[in-house]
Design a protein around this ligand. Structure first.
Ligand code: PLP
Length: 689
């Protein structure tokens, strides 16, 4: 079961809203402008939705205009303001110089101000109102600027942090100002009382999909007497305020939601929501000691928590949460595809690490106690899994699982740890400065002692990396340091033996020396920069593992003649996978998500004939001999969360000439219904997780 905690991005459609939309499409499908009975039935739906909106918003006067959403409402409001000021200017009146918006406002607001300022040729100065560390508007600044302001835009509550604006304080700061006041109320609907009748708010846009109505419907409140200019002209619908035949299914659905809001049977009170939030924050603090909140709870909507875990990037937390079936985000949904830190947290003056680690949890006012309890359980489980994988900052020595070769890659530079998983001894090869911290953490977590830290080249970065590793490893004696060759190899050893594995020095040149990893009498891997391609081994699959891998080739096949990569698409759809499985039941599906993701959301295919191997991308190298030992016609299909890492894996094998290798398009995110056992299921078998 999916636990959705991203309600500030959008919400599911309430069953009552679905029903209202369906009924409207079936029984009241008429055009509300028609005068026959079918039209009258549609008109009645429209009128009662508007009446409901008036009651729910406490707005008995002024306009309620149905729109396609908040972005349209914002455009209409801004156009109305600026057109009014333009008319005044054209009739000779002085126009104030400033268009002001809160620095943490949704992008739609400053973008609309700039757009219509340009379109109408006003040339006013668009300025951001600063906010303090709590995300609240600087009221002194506003008070000073208000007399020169033509328009002031201050959202009711922020979508990333949930911070609720001090609307009464803003109203006071605007006293005597000529400014028209726009309050983006998208995140407020259903979560706080806007008191539209009492406050002098001129425009308040709302969006249906943020409160359980479908996407593509919204409304704009316009105070009685506030200037109004229609954004869309045409057939004169909505009393000529918004032409175009109405989105009746959407409006009926929004009306049903507003009715529920009025009746109070579906949406919880602030006190209940605050209780839920307390439970979630407690679970988060238990799971992630040291967690910091990016906005004070006392100033935020009861349904939003924005937090950062020191030393843990948002991307990692979100991947693990997603694997556990918890849907959260790093900030606004429109910014999610851009890997840029949040401008909201930046405007609040929070340190860059907090923006880089920020996660937004937002639940909806209709979520119930069971949903919250399950969310808490999964959050705690993610914390334990991250701790067990040493991915939280305070690592305690442990015995986490590991394989023989582990790869650490940063900006195309690769370092390898060769481990004896039984005796927990390891050799680190080619660790650069950027990998030291992760490698030390990895060793500590697995209780591994350092046998040698070796560079394969006379390279300043890896030589000093090796020296730092020796220093950081308790148990590595200085006496041993004296007995090392210039690249870090212990000179009194020809071979470093790990059970059945042996590490040997290979070809040596002025640049450095390759290292060879043998399993019994078979050479399996060669490490190093500038590997000697003239001495290709004759038999068996041998893999070259380079220090520099800018194209993410991962490994190169050293033995045999170079094979041409397979042609055709490297991606397989879910139906393609099922067809392949029917054709070749022996096919292999390989989950390349990291161990921590697999721990919280294991893949368990519906079809028990399908074999799933778990090979995290960082341990991918270990499976190469096995995969290249398989008959060529056994298909290999890689899967990860979204399809990116699995595409890399398929590309790597195809690059080495392996035919019949694919990645599953859309990964667990799109094919999860078929492939993943939901976290609740593993929960039952996970004992005290
Ligand atoms: N304003 C705020 C505060 C929002 O959160 C959003 C949506 O993310 C919008 C405006 C835009 O709303 P819509 O998607 O309805 O255009």
């Amino acid at each position: 079961m999916e636990i959705y905690l991203d309600s500030n991005a959008t919400t599911a459609v309430l069953p009552q809203a679905q029903e209202a939309a369906m009924t409207t499409m079936q029984d009241a499908f008429g055009n509300p402008s028609s005068v026959h009975s079918a039209g009258l039935r549609a008109r009645s739906v429209l009128d009662s939705a508007r009446a409901c909106a008036r009651r729910a918003l406490g707005a008995q006067t002024g306009r309620i205009v149905f729109t396609s959403g908040a972005t349209e409402g914002i455009q209409t409001a801004v156009l109305s303001c600026l057109n009014a000021w333009r008319e005044k200017r054209d009739s000779g009146e002085a126009v104030p110089a400033l268009l002001l918006y809160g620095a943490t406002e949704h992008k739609a607001v400053p973008a609309a101000l700039r757009h219509w300022n340009l379109m109408l040729g006003l040339g006013l100065d668009v300025q951001a109102i600063p906010v303090d560390r709590n995300g609240r508007h600087a009221l002194d600044w506003l008070r000073l600027s208000a007399p020169q302001a033509a328009v002031v835009c201050t959202m009711a509550a922020n979508n990333e942090t949930g911070v609720v604006s001090d609307l009464d304080g803003i109203a006071q700061a605007l006293a005597g100002s000529p400014a028209l006041w726009l309050v983006d109320s998208v995140q407020a609907l259903g979560k706080m009382d806007l008191r539209l009748a009492e406050r002098r708010i001129d425009y308040a846009p709302f969006s249906g999909h943020k409160l359980y109505a479908p996407k593509g419907v919204g409304m704009l409140y316009v105070r009685e007497g506030a200037p109004f200019t229609a954004l869309m002209a045409g057939g004169g619908q909505e009393s000529a305020a918004r032409s175009g035949t109405e989105n009746m299914a959407g409006i009926a659905a929004l009306g049903a939601v507003l009715q529920e809001l009025e009746e109070g049977n579906v949406f919880h009170s602030t006190a209940v929501l605050e209780g839920y939030r307390e439970q979630l924050v407690h679970a988060l603090r238990t799971a992630f000691p040291g967690l910091v909140l990016n906005a004070p709870l006392a100033l935020a909507l009861p349904t939003t928590v924005n937090f950062s875990v020191p030393g843990v990037a948002s991307r990692l937390l979100l991947d693990v949460f997603d694997a556990a079936g918890l849907r959260m985000s790093a900030g606004s949904a429109c910014g999610a595809s851009r890997a840029q830190p949040s401008y909201v947290l930046d405007a609040m003056g929070l340190e860059p690490w907090r923006a880089a680690s920020a996660v937004r949890l937002s639940f909806g006012p209709a979520d119930d106690a069971k949903h919250i309890e399950e969310a808490c359980r999964r959050i705690r489980r993610c914390g334990l899994a991250l701790k067990a994988s040493c991915l939280l900052p305070h690592v305690s020595a442990g015995e986490s699982a590991c394989d023989v070769v582990t790869r650490f890659s940063a900006d195309g530079n690769c370092c390898y740890v060769v481990t004896d998983p039984g005796l927990r001894r390891c050799v680190v090869i080619d660790a650069g400065a950027e990998q030291i911290e992760s490698v030390v953490r990895w060793m500590c977590c697995r209780g591994c002692s350092l046998v040698a830290a070796i560079s394969t080249a006379h390279d300043e970065d890896t030589l000093s990396g090796a020296a730092s590793l020796r220093l950081a490893s308790s148990g590595f004696s200085p006496a041993a340091t004296n007995a090392l060759d210039p690249l870090g190899w212990p000179i009194d050893h020809d071979i470093l033996a790990f059970g059945t594995w042996q590490l040997r020095r290979g070809v040596t040149s002025d640049q450095g020396s390759t290292l060879e990893l043998w399993e019994g009498s078979d050479l399996r891997y060669r490490f190093g920069t500038g590997l000697d391609r003239t001495s290709k081994p004759e038999v068996g699959a041998v893999f070259d593992l380079p220090r520099h891998d800018p194209d993410t080739r991962v490994a190169m096949l050293a033995s045999g003649p170079p094979a041409a990569p397979p042609s055709g698409s490297a991606e397989l759809s879910m139906s393609g996978l099922l067809a392949l499985l029917r054709q070749v039941p022996a096919m292999r599906l390989v989950d390349v998500r990291e161990r921590v993701e697999q721990a919280v959301g294991a893949l368990a295919p519906d079809d028990a004939r399908l074999r799933v191997d778990h090979v995290p991308m960082s341990e991918f190298i270990n499976a190469l001999p096995d995969w290249f030992g398989l008959a060529n016609d056994v298909p290999l299909v890689f899967v990860c969360r979204s399809g990116n890492r699995s595409a890399q894996a398929a590309k790597a094998l195809r690059g080495m000439g392996r035919q019949k290798t694919w990645s599953l398009e859309g990964g667990v995110a799109l094919c999860g219904q078929h492939l993943i056992a939901m976290a609740t299921q593993s929960q039952e078998t996970a004992g005290d997780w």
